[in-house]
Structures are given as C-alpha cells and as structure tokens.
Design a protein around this ligand. Structure first.
Ligand code: AMP
Ligand code: GLY
Length: 303
C-alpha cells in the first residue's frame, strides 16, 4: 500500500486534477465529507468511475431527518419515536415532545458534525436543562435537529455493497463505542469492532439478519424510485456501500439507529480482511451494475 497526500479532502478540483494527471480510472470515497460535497458527480462528469454515491443519494447519511422520513415511508416500525425541529420551532413544541418521551431522549444535529452531533441522555448529558442547552446551541447556529426516543439494546452494523439495483451484504459487525472496562465510559467514535465466524452476532437470529438485509435493500430501491423522474438523477443510483446501523432492543425489536453512505471505521477492517473475492472485482461489478452475477465470498473466521 502506498499513501500519498495530495491536498484537502474537500477540494474536488484538486482531487480531479490529481486523478487526471495519474490516469486514475476508479476512485473509492472513504469518508462522508466528499460524499456530501458531491465528489461522485464531479468525477462522473469527467468520466472517472466512483464507488460512493452522488450527494442526493448520500443524504441517507448526511441528513438524519431525510433518513428517518424514508424509513417512515417504508419501514415505520424500525424508527424510534422522533420529531424534526428547526431553529424556528416554538420552544413549547420542543419541550412538549421531550415531555412525551419522559426526558429519555437523543438529540441529533441534522447535518454532518464529524461524529460530534449526537447527544444521548445518560451519556452526554444528564438533565433536561443540559439537553436544552445543547438544543439552544443548535438553535443559535440556525441548525435543524431531531429529537428521538432513546433506545436501549445491542448495536450492530450491516454493510452492503450496492450497484444501485442489486445489493451484496457483508458479515454483521459489532462496533464497541464506549470507553473503559465494561462499557462504563462515554460514547466514542469506536473502541474496536468484532465479527463472528458465522457472520452474525450471538444476540441475532438468522431472521434478524435477513430483516436488516431487507431494510438496506428497500432503502436503495426507495432512493432509486424517489429520483426516477428527476432530469439528472434518474440516470444515477446508489453505487457504493450502504452501512445500516441497527439496534436489537432489550424487548427484541430491530430498530435503525442511522445509516452511513460509506464503509464503517473500523468495521471495514473486519469485513475486508475476510474477503475471498477480489475487492476490485466487486468495485467493477458495482460500476457495471451486475453485482448480482458475482458470488462475493468471505472466510468463516472471527475478526
Ligand atoms: P454517531 O456515530 O456520532 O452518529 O453516534 C451515534 C451513536 O449514538 C450510536 O451509535 C448510538 O450509540 C447513539 N444513538 C443514536 N441514536 C440513538 C437512539 N435513538 N437511541 C439510543 N442511542 C442512540
Ligand atoms: N464505526 C462507526 C462509523 O464508521 O461511523
């Protein structure tokens, strides 16, 4: 492997000119900021293939209300109770909803915050006043946000390769986010992640995994249908990785925490190190739209 620093992640022109200079044929977008900056469309317009969707499709990660609203249409039961607010929302509406959830809330800034936009009661704040303080900060910055019911259970992620029509699902991974022994510390980006030999997690049934695979598939299909009549976007589809972040709650229900439009960090290390199929062959199938013809195989090992 060779790493070359070529400039800012947010500099679409710089990335394009480097790709042209080096005659690069395929770009794989890692993090979320270039997805939001529509690097994929930019490269597409210059005939460079890209793993990573154009920004209207990546909204599934970059706009949390967008993702919740789609789920409300296709799988309402996997959403927690939630409501979207803007900086103009009456304070009364906000406190009424917090009452409805008995203060058991998660506050999510709508846009990208580099992993710092989600505040969970009991983790990041303890009292209603502390929660309202964060809300006031968002309001002051003219941001929109969600308030959600706080779910309790085991989190896991199911990532799927998508060519826009066909999905190929990866082994299920569990990311451990809390610091310190016995998960007693604060939520972090990640402390490490685990995958099992049977490509599941001990607390999941086969039906649970099939259900999550269906959710990822339905999201990709819904996005395609949404833009079907759009003059430009109808020629695009979700090409890349859809990362569904799920929770099996203590009452046994599967809920969606959020989606990412990219590989998980560090979950990608778990699944890519198990891949028996050539990764570039998968990328090519994503670009060609024939992922269904490729049998993507993984080793049966713990990672
Ligand atoms: P982030 O990766 O920064 O978006 O943080 C998301 C994390 O916040 C998730 O991994 C969960 O641990 C937590 N979280 C988000 N939404 C909820 C929810 N509705 N209930 C409980 N925890 C949540
Ligand atoms: N491991 C969580 C993420 O990549 O967002």
């Amino acid at each position: 492997l060779c790493f070359i620093k070529i400039g800012s992640l947010n500099d679409n022109h710089g990335i394009l000119s480097y790709a042209k200079k080096e005659n690069i044929k395929l770009v794989i977008i890692g993090p979320e900021a270039p997805l939001q900056n529509n690097l994929a469309m930019f490269l597409h317009l210059h005939n460079i293939d890209c793993i990573g969707s154009v920004s209207n499709f990546s909204l599934i990660e970059t706009n949390k209300a967008f993702a919740r609203n789609i789920l409300d249409e296709i799988h309402p039961k996997v959403n927690p109770k939630f409501r979207s607010f803007t900086y103009e929302s009456p304070t009364n509406d906000i406190t009424k909803f917090i009452d409805e959830l008995n203060d058991n809330i998660v506050i999510k800034a709508n846009g990208l915050k580099g992993g710092k936009g989600v505040k969970v009661c009991g983790d990041h704040f303890n009292t209603r006043d502390e929660g309202l303080e964060y809300i006031n900060e968002l309001v002051k910055n003219n941001e929109s946000f969600l308030i959600e019911e706080k779910l309790v259970g085991d989190e896991f992620s199911l990532m799927s390769f998508s060519d826009g029509t066909h999905l190929s699902h990866m082994p299920v991974v569990r990311d451990f986010k809390r610091a310190y022994e016995n998960d007693k510390g604060p939520n972090t980006g990640s402390m490490g992640s685990i995958s099992y030999k049977n490509h599941r997690q001990p607390f999941l049934t086969e039906e649970d995994v099939l259900f999550c695979q269906k959710i990822n598939t339905d999201v990709v299909n819904h996005l395609k249908a949404m833009y079907n009549n759009h003059p430009i976007l109808r020629d695009h589809s979700y090409k890349g990785i859809l990362y569904g972040s799920f929770m099996k709650t203590t009452s046994g229900e599967i809920k969606v925490i959020e989606f990412n439009a990219r590989f998980g960090d560090p979950e990608s290390i778990n699944v890519l190190s198990l891949l028996k199929t050539d990764f570039l062959e998968i990328c090519q199938a994503i670009i060609n739209g024939n992922l269904n013809e490729l049998n993507v195989e993984y080793e049966e090992k713990y990672t």
